[in-house]
Write a protein that binds this ligand. Structure first.
Ligand SMILES: *Cc1c(COP(=O)(O)O)cnc(C)c1O
Length: 365
């Protein structure tokens, strides 16, 4: 069997080894149906138990109350960029606010603008999306249908230390790349959504946590799959659910609960991992230049540059050869990006840290 490398991919991304091993063990047959998860009905009792356990785990890990629905949807983050304004804008409130701290926030407002008059409450473009705003810098519309932000900008590696305050306006959060990396006060949000393939599982499913009263806004005129209220009414089984992806989300959340011991513990590990890499940047004498401002640094995506294109190419080639893989920055920004999601082990980050120190010692003047 091929030896596994330490995988720093941005998404789809690393999964816990114990989760892959369990999926492998169970791949040929699950105990009840004596068939693979890939071969059974989304309406079977076995799958019903899987999707209910996944939801229960998410509720337990985040302490989510009955005021919120938890949904499993297809279409990724992108479809939600459209579905959210489709469902949450109303005749009385036809506009929403968007806080833009990077590439994904821009992609979200681009879709939303096709459906209503969106307002930019803050835009970090002038400073190349290097930091998150203070609440006092936000230009919020008190009559907005919702206020949208991206808690972790995956490409720039810019993360909000805490959620922005939007008063009575429901806060909607794209948490695609840091969902479950730490505990959250869910009751501060109208909606939190995340595609699974960064920090929660494989591609093919998105998780949506939404306050139930907001679902009353969904219009009957929407196409059924676009209607969030219908998904909630049908327990995310309006149509054939992405069974395998939800099964893996269940295993990942089992791992968070039982192996890690909850989100406080996960957060402590994530802080430790991120600190290791940011210390290398800060102590490199300018050899490694981090993209994000210190107070907005992401615990999940560490984006940085080297002094030249040649050194970047050499860094990527040599790290790959050392089994530290998928470290290239996003094609839009270049440089290096180490995605150190929940499932990336401490030992992997230690190996990357040592590689970075060594590379710098060899190549800095
Ligand atoms: C990856 C990502 C998305 C898009 O996800 P898709 O499932 O590919 O549509 C949206 N938002 C953020 C913050 C992401 O990191």
């Amino acid at each position: 069997m091929t030896q596994r490398a330490y995988n720093f991919a941005a998404g789809p991304a690393a999964l816990p080894e114990s989760v892959l091993e369990q999926a492998q063990r169970e791949m040929m047959a699950l105990p009840g149906p004596k068939a693979s998860i890939l071969e059974i009905s989304h309406r079977s009792p076995t799958f019903k138990e899987i999707i209910e356990s996944a939801e229960k785990n998410i509720r337990t890990l985040l302490g989510i109350s009955d005021d919120y629905a938890v949904l499993f949807l297809q279409g990724g983050g992108r479809l939600l960029f459209s579905m959210i304004p489709m469902n949450l804008l109303t005749k009385e409130q036809p506009s929403a606010d968007y806080i833009l701290t990077g590439t994904w926030g821009k992609a979200a407002i681009k879709e939303a603008k096709k459906l209503g008059s969106m307002k930019v409450a803050w835009d970090g473009a002038d400073d190349k999306y290097t930091y998150t705003p203070a609440d006092s810098d936000l230009e919020l519309n008190p009559n907005a249908a919702f206020a949208h932000y991206t808690c972790n900008e995956t490409i720039e590696g810019v993360q909000f230390p805490t959620e922005p305050q939007t008063g009575q306006v429901p806060l909607v959060c794209d948490a695609s790349s840091d969902f479950m990396h730490k505990p959250l006060s869910v009751d501060r949000y109208g909606m939190i959504y995340a595609c699974a393939q960064k920090n929660m599982g494989p591609a093919g499913v998105s998780i949506v946590v939404v306050r139930k009263d907001l679902l009353e806004r969904s219009s009957d005129e929407l196409g059924s799959y676009l209607n969030l209220k219908l998904h909630a009414d049908e327990g995310s089984l309006m149509n054939t659910a992405p069974t395998f992806a939800i099964y893996v989300v269940r295993l990942v959340t089992d791992w968070l609960l039982n192996d890690i011991g909850g989100l406080e513990k996960m957060y402590a590990i994530n802080q430790r991992k991120a600190k290791m890499l940011y210390e290398v940047l800060d102590q490199s004498g300018g050899f490694y230049e981090g993209h994000a401002r210190q107070d907005s640094r992401s615990l999940m995506n560490v984006s940085f540059r080297l002094p030249s294109e040649e050194l970047t190419t050499a860094f990527l080639k040599q790290s790959e050869a050392a089994d530290l893989t998928s470290l290239a920055g996003h094609r839009s920004v270049g440089g290096v990006r180490a995605s150190i999601y929940n499932a990336v082990p401490v030992a992997g980050v230690e190996a990357l840290r040592d590689f970075m120190i060594d590379f710098r010692d060899k190549h800095a003047n």
